[in-house]
Design a protein around this ligand. Structure first.
Ligand SMILES: [Mn+2]
Length: 360
C-alpha cells in the first residue's frame, strides 16, 4: 500500500505540498492539469513542470486523477476518434513523466453528485451529503446553481461551469444513449486506449459512478460488482483496471465492499483505492463522515483487512473529509480531516498486517 494525497496545484489549492509532506506515510500526490480543456492533449512541458514542483517538495507524482473523458466519447459521436487519439497521446506523455496510474470516470454529463456541500453535523463539522428525493424535485440547472453556490469559489473537479452551460443540448443527445449503448461506447474507448497503456506501462483505473445509481434519467454503468466485472472482462488486460472508491460504491448498501475488494483484488485489477466512510440514512440518502467505522455505515477494519488479505500493493488515498477546525477550502478536500483519515488507515494497515504475519 502506498499512500497518496489529492492535490489541486499551486494557486488552485488551499493546501501546500509542504503541509502534505508532513502527514505521516504520504509518499506522493495525486495530481492533474486543470487548465487543459477536456479532450485536448496534456502538453509535456506542463506535465513536467507539475512533476518538478511535486518532486521538489520531496513527493512523487505517479497517480493522475483525472484525465477526463470527452463527452463525445461517452456519447459515441463520430468526433470521438479525434478525442480518443488525444487521450492516447496524453497517456504517452504521462508515461514519459513516470506516471503509473491514470484514474478516470465514465459518468455522463455530471461527475460526482451531491445535494449539499456543507451539511452540518452535530459536532459542528461540515460534510457533503446526498438526498435523492431532492434531486427528483428539481431541474439539473437548479442543482448546478446549488452546487456552485456551495463551492466556496473553487472549481470542483468534474464540475467545470462552462462545460455545464451546454446542459440542455447534452441531455438531448443522451436521449438515444441507454446503459447498453454507454457500455458499448466505453468498450470502444478501452479497446483503443488500453493497448497504448500496455505499451507504455500505465494502468488505467476507472472510478465508479458516484452515487452508484442513475440521476436525472442519465445512464450509469459503473455501479456494482456485476457491471464492473463486465467492464474488466470486455477488455481483459491488467491495464484495464479499477479505482476502488469504496465511498462511492458503499453508498448502496447492496454492495458488499470487503467481498468486492477480495474479488477484484485477487484478479489483480485494483490499482488505486479511495477510502472514506459514509453514513447511509435512508434509501438513496447518505452523508459523508470522518473515516472511522463508528462514524458511518461501514466496517473500515474489514475493508482494510480485505486489502491486506489480497496483498494490495497499489496506491491508496483518503477520500473526501469533513471541514473541521475552521478550515476554508474546496468542499471534501480540506487538509485536517483527510490527514486524520490517513493516520487511521495507517493504524488499520499496521494492525491487519501484524495479524496476518502472526496468526496466518
Ligand atoms: Mn472517489
Amino acid at each position: 500500500m502506498r499512500i497518496v494525497f489529492r492535490w489541486y496545484g499551486e494557486k488552485n489549492d488551499n493546501i501546500t505540498l509542504e503541509q502534505i509532506r508532513q502527514i505521516p506515510g504520504v509518499e506522493g500526490v495525486v495530481g492533474a492539469l486543470f487548465d487543459v480543456p477536456v479532450g485536448e492533449v496534456w502538453p509535456m512541458d506542463k506535465i513536467l513542470k507539475l512533476k518538478e514542483t511535486v518532486e521538489r517538495a520531496g513527493l512523487k507524482l505517479e497517480v493522475i486523477e483525472s484525465v477526463n473523458v470527452h463527452e463525445d466519447i461517452k456519447l459515441g459521436l463520430p468526433t470521438r476518434d479525434r478525442y480518443i487519439e488525444n487521450y492516447k497521446e496524453t497517456i504517452r506523455n504521462l508515461a514519459k513523466a513516470g506516471v503509473k496510474v491514470v484514474c478516470y470516470n465514465f459518468m455522463p454529463v455530471f461527475d460526482w453528485m451531491r445535494t449539499d456541500l456543507a451539511m452540518k453535523l452535530p459536532d459542528g463539522s461540515e460534510v457533503l451529503a446526498y438526498d435523492h428525493s431532492l434531486i427528483e424535485n428539481i431541474t439539473p440547472e437548479e442543482l448546478i446553481k446549488r452546487v456552485k453556490e456551495g463551492s466556496q469559489g473553487f472549481i470542483l473537479p468534474g464540475w467545470e461551469w462552462d462545460r455545464l452551460e451546454k446542459l440542455r443540448e447534452t441531455f438531448e443527445l443522451y436521449k438515444s444513449v441507454d446503459e447498453n449503448k454507454l457500455f458499448e461506447n466505453l468498450v470502444y474507448f478501452l479497446e483503443r486506449v488500453v493497448p497504448v497503456c500496455e505499451e507504455c506501462g500505465v494502468k488505467l483505473a476507472i472510478h465508479p459512478d458516484d452515487p452508484p445509481w442513475s440521476i436525472f434519467g442519465l445512464p450509469r454503468i459503473v455501479t456494482n460488482k456485476e457491471n464492473i466485472e463486465k467492464i474488466l472482462k470486455a477488455v481483459d488486460s491488467p491495464h484495464n483496471g479499477l479505482t476502488f472508491c469504496m465511498g462511492s460504491l458503499g453508498a448502496n448498501p447492496e454492495n458488499d465492499i470487503p467481498e468486492m475488494i477480495r474479488y477484484f483484488g485477487k484478479m489483480g485489477r485494483i490499482h488505486f483505492v479511495h477510502l472514506r466512510n459514509v453514513k447511509i440514512t435512508g434509501p438513496k440518502r447518505f452523508h459523508e463522515t470522518a473515516h472511522p467505522s463508528f462514524c458511518g455505515s461501514h466496517d473500515m477494519f474489514e475493508i482494510v483487512k480485505a486489502l491486506q488479505d489480497v496483498g494490495f500493493d497499489g496506491y491508496i488515498r483518503p477520500d473526501h473529509g469533513r471541514m473541521i477546525w475552521g478550515e476554508k477550502g474546496r468542499p471534501g478536500y480540506g487538509l485536517y480531516d483527510r490527514a486524520l483519515g490517513i493516520t487511521y488507515i495507517l493504524g488499520l494497515w499496521e494492525a491487519t498486517k501484524k495479524m496476518k504475519e502472526r496468526y496466518c
